[in-house]
Design a protein around this ligand. Structure first.
Ligand code: C2O
Ligand code: CU
Ligand code: CU
Length: 562
């Protein structure tokens, strides 16, 4: 594994280090079936072939000793050198860059001590190519992914999806970007090359030996890493105590939160820039942390794209909410910063994400979730700096933001076959388990109300409900909900009046104008989506992208019937 040798690691290295090739494992999925399953794609000649090996490695992240990580080693087997961008020294990556319509083949091999696979988040691929948890391979195994790229230009990503193990594998470093370009986007002449900067936001906790801490050492493992825990608004308590043992359990139930923010796998991230316009592609690759992104000087953020690519036209926001799995692309013009200028992107404070209305609103001790969540090292909703931009060089050329970005048809409820009575999905907790319509994940299980028809436009309504009688989460918590196999549009949001206070601290940061595959839903909120199931029949997932929630079973199959 290469060590980190440069800060400025986003430039193309211009040729790749001879990385270890993938051994001759057998594909568990025969190529002929893969090609046959590509359906509406062009299924033509192969354009890109990449070998991706998930393996253990060491990375220099903090000063001092190296950190044991899991990482993808990538090797370009066929295709243009620009289609594979290794992120030197970082545990993250690689970045795969392809054109819409390309035929892509990825030879995955598993060099990890446990089963794994690859899911192409946001991409419209056939069911057996989608990285469903039933399609995992054990240590030493391999899997052949092949699909045509049907999606429009946008920032998609990939990560493992083995049931109960996704959170740990992503946390240790397995995640990369899958960037699609197309003709519509190319005509805009948006900032490219070194002015097109991917930024992956993650939070991590390190122990004194620089090793990653994640739900380790049984129930109390996490608290051990943090030393002491705050008890509500009172004093502190040693982790030896009875409550300390609940730390690991809390992290599972609420989602893991690290106390250090890493960008592209690096702490204290500074992006050297020129005085000109940039395209910043942000992915929230965190397990459960939600970001409320804003420039430190309160200048608005200019958003040009969401999960599924460019918006019809740029929109401005005072801040942008970014939940786990979501992407947002910003147009950022650093012209006015001048020589040596600096700018900080920060995450602002917000409330209500962990149902903590009860704490302030009703002032009770009745809700342990809020009390303990509030005691975590860097709670969801606490403010912190995300990254710094620093001018390293002045440039004459600035770049112009196009007034129109893309042609984007807008759905209305009336376009759906069930617009008057959307399919309803209640998000609840029972006996400390997060559920969807009262159900947990079972590998092959699909209920009748989880079956849709191909070539049909549907409305789905998610409702983040109360959990009366639940000790931990009476008011629920924020969930980043994700649907595989489609891009959808968020049509409508409503919130129950008494949970509106928390919602008001985030609502101006939703960007619902474009295509989405993941959306945030706050406690007390209901969200209506419209989408068309148009590509591939088969079994796909929908789930909470809080990876601890997902691993605990807040995930279900849905079936697209042809
Ligand atoms: Cu990125 Cu099923 O998820
Ligand atoms: Cu996905
Ligand atoms: Cu969740």
């Amino acid at each position: 594994m290469s060590r980190i040798t440069r800060r400025d690691f986003f430039r193309l290295t211009g040729g790749f280090a001879a990385l270890a090739g993938v051994g001759g494992g057998t594909a568990t999925f025969p190529l002929s079936s893969a090609a046959a399953a590509t359906g509406g794609g062009k299924g033509g000649a192969l354009d890109v072939e990449i070998a991706l090996k998930a393996t253990r490695a060491q990375a220099a992240i903090l000063p001092g000793g190296q950190t044991a990580v899991w990482t993808y080693r990538a090797d370009l087997v066929k295709g243009d050198a620009a289609s594979l961008q290794v992120v030197p020294g970082s545990y993250l990556g690689p970045i795969i860059r392809v054109r819409k319509g390309a035929q892509v083949r990825v030879r995955f091999s598993n060099d990890l001590p446990e089963q794994s696979n690859i899911h192409w988040h946001g991409l419209r691929v056939p069911e057996r190519m989608d990285g469903h948890p039933r399609d995992v391979v054990g240590p030493g195994g391999s899997y052949l992914y092949e699909f045509p790229v049907l999606n429009r230009a946008g920032t998609y990503w990939f990560h493992p999806h083995p049931h109960t193990l996704t959170g740990g594998q992503v946390y240790r470093g397995l995640a990369g970007l899958f960037i699609v370009s197309d003709d519509e986007e190319a005509r805009l002449n948006l900032p490219s090359g070194e002015y097109d900067v991917p930024l992956v936001l993650q939070d991590r906790t390190f122990d004194a030996q620089n090793q990653l801490v994640y739900l380790q050492g049984g129930m109390g493992g996490m608290m051990g890493g943090r030393g002491r825990m705050m008890m509500g608004r009172g004093g502190t308590m040693d982790n030896q105590g009875a409550m300390g043992g609940m730390g690991g359990m809390m992290d599972r139930m609420m989602g893991f939160l690290g106390d250090r923010i890493l960008i592209n796998g690096r702490p204290d991230f500074v992006l050297p820039v020129a005085t000109r316009a940039y395209r910043l592609r942000l992915l929230n690759g965190s397990n459960s942390r939600v970001y409320k992104l804003a420039w430190h000087d309160s200048s608005p953020l200019t958003v040009i794209a969401t999960d599924g690519g460019l918006l019809a036209k740029p929109v401005q926001r005072p801040y942008v909410m970014l939940g786990p799995g979501e992407r947002v692309e910003l147009w950022a013009d650093f012209t006015k910063l001048g020589a040596r200028g600096e700018m900080t992107l920060q995450s602002l404070a917000f409330s209500g994400a962990e149902g903590d209305e009860m704490m302030g609103g009703h002032g009770g001790m009745g809700r342990m979730g809020g009390m303990m969540g509030g005691g975590r090292a860097l709670p969801n909703g606490a403010p912190f700096p995300v990254l710094k931009v620093r001018v390293a060089r002045e440039e004459k050329e600035t770049g112009t933001l196009p007034a129109v970005l893309a042609t984007l048809p807008r759905y209305r409820l009336g376009d759906a076959v069930n617009g008057r009575a959307p399919r309803r999905f209640a998000l609840t907790m029972r006996a400390m388990n997060w559920l969807i319509n009262g159900r947990s994940f079972h590998m092959e299980e699909v209920a009748p109300d989880e079956t849709v028809r191909l070539n049909t436009v549907e409305a789905w309504e998610f409702v983040n409900e109360r959990n009366p009688g639940e000790m931990m989460e009476q008011n629920g918590m924020v969930h980043p909900m994700h649907i595989h196999g489609v891009q959808f549009q968020v049509i409508e949001r409503q919130v129950v009046p008494d949970l509106k206070a928390g919602w008001d601290t985030v609502k101006d940061g939703y960007v619902d104008e474009g295509w989405k595959d993941t959306f945030l839903i706050m406690p007390g909120e209901r969200v209506k989506l419209v989408m068309r199931f148009q590509d591939h029949p088969g079994l796909f997932l929908y789930h909470c992208h809080n990876l601890e929630h997902e691993d605990m079973g807040m995930m279900r199959n849905y079936r697209i019937e042809s």
